[in-house]
Write a protein that binds this ligand. Structure first.
Ligand code: HEM
Length: 492
């Protein structure tokens, strides 16, 4: 027998019950007792192990995006973008890369309904030959805030009240009344797209601005867009109540069943790019995550397609233990100076070290599928087999060398230390344009949702008038409608 061959896996299952250490279990029905009635012997090792393992089955849920569904498949390049990036997995049309995707809701717990008005997470892990690339996005193209220092407060306001554990409008509207940069995101959240009909019928966006860098070192700012080939579909408020009332996991079921039936969900990937030398020519800051880049001035360019053709084998291993992080990029794709992205670069790996342990990137779903090598070792639950004697660098005994260098954004950075807001906030223009693009019935539903939210008895007159004033600055008629229905004068 080769004692090192057996990695724990259900493919090596014994035909009879065993303990975790492999000893046969001859009775999995009755505890070991004194006589037939008890008491129970502490020496019933199998019983104690079984209970102890059960007692520890749960791990901390994600602090946000706790509820999610995942699936596997591939990404295929369909258009040549090698002039923009030296990313190996984007090197030529036809190149395929295995991927795993996790869709999620944001605010509520691991078992919460999938019909709530909430953004949806859209996270894709590409297992490339040059390491993993995680595109950790949402189904809306913009975000609530533009500085990550506000993220914990924002999430606290959106999550249930710490006293009652109820999500409450007054807390949300209070927090965001200090943040008019959130209006654009709210023009999505309170619109019909605020409740996607399921995970297959929704867009995905990288949201933050990243950089693409080509082999000559030329960088472009980039935004990523996923478009479902089956189109976007949403649930209106009363439909959501009906769907959620009969199945609080309807979106997970829809994804699983359609893949099982061979009806594979597919998205096309597009990018928008801006030359950093032209970043000042807009009336908004292209690195501001509360802004879209209008497609008539910055057109979408097709890149590839993603097909989900395989369900996960195990929810815990391939969903609960899955770890995405916007810091995980490959040569040819880099961050931008977008402050929100910069904060995200820290936060994900940090929470995952807490949530999953320091060796979370060794877990099969998270591990790269290419060779890797470094001297980060040991730590809790480290199961990597290592037999090197040199675990320091540099060494004359270890021939390992640095990888080939790859280009970084060439921009020169200057500036003094500051804690301040960006120059071109321009908070009202894009949400106003979006509202005006709705047909009258859609505008009416948008207004109705705001009237409902602002009618919460705990929303003060001051907060209500601030919101009316904000929406008036986006669109005069919208502010007027709200003021009339709520019987409040806007505070300008
Ligand atoms: C500074 C702002 C943000 C911070 C600090 C932050 C932090 C976090 C944290 C701590 C998690 C839990 C990760 C885990 O436990 O594995 C998470 C999950 C997630 N975040 Fe963010 N987030 C921010 C903004 C955003 C934005 C702008 C997006 C969309 C582009 C986004 C998309 C996601 C997604 C999709 C997940 C779930 C990933 C999964 O399926 O496991 N987040 N975020």
């Amino acid at each position: 027998m080769d004692p090192y061959k057996h990695r724990p896996s259900s493919t090596h299952n014994a035909p009879f019950w065993t303990t975790n250490s492999g000893a046969p279990v001859w009775n999995n029905n009755s505890s070991l007792t004194v006589g037939s009635r008890g008491p129970v012997f502490l020496e019933d090792y199998h019983l104690i192990e079984k209970l102890a393992q059960f007692d520890r089955e749960r791990i901390p849920e994600r602090v946000v995006h706790a509820r999610g569904a995942s699936a596997k498949g591939f990404f295929e390049v369909t258009h040549d973008v090698s002039h923009l990036t030296c990313a190996d997995f984007l090197r030529a049309p036809g190149v395929q890369t295995p991927i795993i995707v996790r869709f999620s809701t944001v605010i509520h717990e691991r078992g919460s309904p999938e019909t709530l008005r909430d953004p949806r997470g859209f996270a894709v892990k590409f297992y490339t030959r040059e390491g993993n690339f995680d595109l950790v996005g949402n189904n809306f193209p913009v975000f609530f805030i533009r500085d990550g220092i506000k993220f914990p407060d924002m999430v606290h306001a959106l999550k249930p009240n710490p006293k009652s554990h109820l999500q409450e409008n007054w807390r949300i509207l209070d927090f965001f009344s200090h943040h008019p940069e959130s209006l654009h995101m709210f023009s999505f959240l309170f619109d019909d797209v605020g409740i996607p009909s399921d995970y297959r019928h929704m867009d995905g966006f990288g949201v933050n601005t990243y950089s693409l860098i080509n082999k000559d070192g030329k960088a472009h700012y980039v935004k990523f867009h996923w478009k479902p080939t089956c189109g976007v579909k949403c649930l209106l408020d009363d439909e959501a109540v009906t769907v959620g009332g009969s199945n609080h996991s309807h979106a997970t079921k829809d994804l699983y069943d359609s893949i099982a039936a061979g009806n594979y969900p597919e998205w096309k990937l597009f990018i928008q790019t801006i030359d950093p030398d032209h970043e000042d020519k807009f009336d908004f800051d292209p690195l501001d995550v509360t802004k879209i880049w209008p497609e008539d001035i910055v057109p979408l360019q097709p890149v590839g397609r993603m097909v989900l053709n395989k369900n996960i084998d195990n929810f815990f291993a391939e969903n609960e233990q899955l770890a995405f992080c916007p810091a995980i990029v490959v040569p040819g794709i880099h961050y931008s100076d977008d402050k929100l992205l910069q904060t995200r670069i820290f936060s994900y790996a940090d929470t995952q070290r807490h949530r999953l342990g320091p060796n979370y990137l060794m877990l099969p779903a998270n591990a790269p599928k290419c060779a890797l090598h470094n001297n980060h070792h040991d730590g809790f639950m480290n199961f990597m087999h290592r037999d090197e004697e040199v675990n320091y660098f540099p060494s004359r005994y270890d021939p390992v060398r640095h990888a080939e260098s790859f280009p970084l954004p060439p921009r020169v950075l200057t500036g003094k230390r500051e804690k301040c807001v960006i120059d071109k906030e321009n908070n009202f223009k894009q949400p106003g344009e979006r509202y005006r693009s709705f047909d009258p019935a859609r505008q009416e539903r948008f207004v109705h949702r705001w009237v409902q939210a602002l009618s919460d008895t705990w929303v003060t007159h001051e907060i209500c008038s601030i919101w009316i004033s904000y929406w008036s600055q986006c669109d005069k008629s919208l502010g007027q409608k709200l003021a009339t229905r709520l019987n409040v004068r806007p505070s300008m």
